[in-house]
Design a binder for this molecule. Structure first.
Ligand code: V47
Length: 394
């Protein structure tokens, strides 16, 4: 009895790399931060409620969120930090959606408007980094391209690089493609797969609030449709990613609702691979007056992703959007993936991202190592690839 009591009162500790913090100390700090009970919940592996998620958005103690998110990241992944060698093909910027947050969209004939032919897509792939294992292909919404165009660009990409994994088309593009095909979704997905589609990125979800949609992207399909499509494409065996675009006019409650909806989908389908919070870049958009999220807010978004989305294995710190120093810090705030070498990215660079156009594999290794983590190259489906010889000696 005495021994049991002694055990119960022994302070439980959490190892945060070299640091040992007692749960009591974390809980005391959490009380002051308006996060009472969250450390115990998280460290016991219990699911956080939407009210707790809101408290995490409201607290000033973002470093405490980082401590907890880092612990959960370490438990799942240790020091392993995934990256891949990839390239982007934004096949057209023609778009009829007119989203206020977008700096990429053009009308045909506008300055800088373009649409790649299948032959151009093939050439892009031939010119791409010979070591790339993935092409990320997304673009604007332009119905006149017709259904066959989408099959053709997939085939063209595979002709250009037969073994590459094609991660293409957000739910918004899938919605368009299914409408153009005038066939049931399972048939369309089978034809896209046959043409070369392997998986899908996140994106197009923005923030699920219908209020925000009505104000900033009223032409875009509803959140209900995005969610329905996610269920359906996961049901057809495709893995996809999930994102949230934050830092526009959405309330904190609307962010929580978005994350909760992603968590609910994942409970049913387990089809999401990674969650990527996307901070709004205002430059060259109709919302240029809005500020870019501070580094602390970007880190908060990563930490909350790790803590609230307990059914997501991976949280991605997309370096293109975060900036390199914040992406490095994010690896100690819950993220275990930093995206890829990335070349030819246009959506963010058009909106003012000041990050480089691409990083080499050696550059990514250095970035991850400087953050105190171990770089591991992955394929799109998160299978680890052997370390290339060039990096073994480092
Ligand atoms: O859906 C557009 C967002 C998304 C802006 O799955 C903007 O691995 C900020 O989804 N400021 C497309 N965000 C990008 C995307 C993505 C990126 C990286 C990796 C993956 C992945 C997916 O970018 C759009 C929209 O939510 N976006 N314009 C802007 N000005």
């Amino acid at each position: 009895m005495n021994a049991l009591r002694k055990f119960e009162h022994r302070p439980r500790t959490v190892r945060i790399r070299q640091m040992h913090l007692s749960l009591n100390a974390l809980e005391n700090r959490a009380i002051a931060a308006g996060l009472a009970g969250i450390p115990s919940h998280v460290l016991a592996g219990d699911r956080l409620s939407t009210e707790q998620c809101l408290a995490m958005y409201q607290t000033d103690d973002v470093p405490l969120l980082g401590v907890l998110a880092n612990e959960m990241r370490n438990r799942r992944h240790g020091d392993t930090t995934f990256y891949n060698v990839n390239t982007h093909v934004n096949y057209t910027n023609w778009c009829n959606q007119f989203c206020d947050f977008c700096a990429f969209q053009r009308r045909p004939g506008d300055d800088g408007a373009y649409c790649m032919s299948p032959e151009q897509v093939e050439q892009e792939l031939r010119n791409a980094n010979p070591e790339a294992t993935e092409v990320h292909m997304v673009a604007g919404v332009w119905p006149a391209l017709g259904y066959e165009y989408f099959l053709d660009i997939l085939r063209a990409a595979k002709r250009g690089r037969p073994n590459i994994h094609i991660k293409a088309f957000t739910m918004v593009e899938i919605d368009l493609i299914v409408k153009l095909a005038k066939k049931p979704l399972p048939d369309v997905m089978a034809e896209l797969r046959e043409a070369g589609l392997d998986s899908m990125p996140g994106g197009g979800a923005e923030v699920f609030s219908e209020r925000v949609r009505a104000e900033l992207y009223p032409k875009k399909m509803s959140s209900k449709r995005w969610i329905e499509l996610a269920h359906q494409v996961h049901g057809e065996g495709f893995r996809t990613n999930a994102t949230m675009l934050y830092g526009m006019i959405e309330t904190l409650e609307e962010r929580v609702d978005h994350l909760n909806k992603l968590r609910e989908i994942q409970d049913v389908t387990a089809g999401f691979q990674t969650y990527i919070p996307l901070a709004f870049h205002p430059k060259n958009t109709k919302l240029e007056h809005l500020p870019f999220a501070s580094p602390m807010e970007r880190l908060r978004a990563i930490a909350i992703g790790r803590l609230f989305l307990d059914n997501f294995a991976h949280i991605k710190a997309y370096w293109v959007m975060l900036g390199l120093p914040v992406a490095q810090m994010a690896l100690n705030f819950g993220a275990n993936d930093i995206d890829g070498t990335v070349s030819q990215e246009k959506v963010y660079h058009d909106a003012g991202a000041a990050t480089p156009q691409a990083l080499s594999r050696a550059g990514l290794h250095q970035l991850i190592r400087e953050a105190g983590r171990d770089p591991v190259e992955r394929n799109t489906l998160y299978q680890a690839l052997p370390t290339p010889e060039s990096e073994l000696a480092v």
